[in-house]
Ligand binder design. Structure first.
Ligand code: SF4
Length: 94
């Protein structure tokens, strides 16, 4: 199966307000994003082509686009964050 291509912020330009992509200012990724395969490095920063405001994406729990962690609800109803094992990712072809 062909690998899914992730948009790499082609055509993004650095402006005084930040990285501009298709008219949207992209905010840098946050610490919790580290390890996510969607991160794209542009100039000095790292950005998420999937979500312009990564910090907000994490503000209400786990980013649902993240490739490195998954949220699960344990028996007490609490949300847990589970790092995905590299071997599991490999098995799924990503
Ligand atoms: S998909 Fe989510 S976790 Fe991954 S870089 Fe974007 S905001 Fe961060």
């Amino acid at each position: 199966m062909a690998k899914r291509k992730i948009a790499a912020l082609d055509g993004a330009v650095m402006t005084d307000a930040g990285l501009s992509y298709k008219g949207v200012i992209m905010e840098p990724i946050v610490e919790k994003c580290e390890g996510c395969e969607r991160i794209v490095a542009v100039e000095e920063g790292k950005y998420c082509p999937t979500y312009a405001q990564p910090e907000r994406k994490w503000a209400h729990g786990v980013c649902n686009f993240a490739t490195h962690v998954r949220a699960s609800v344990d028996s007490e109803g609490k949300t847990k964050v589970n790092p995905l094992k590299a071997s599991k990712r490999a098995a799924r072809g990503r």
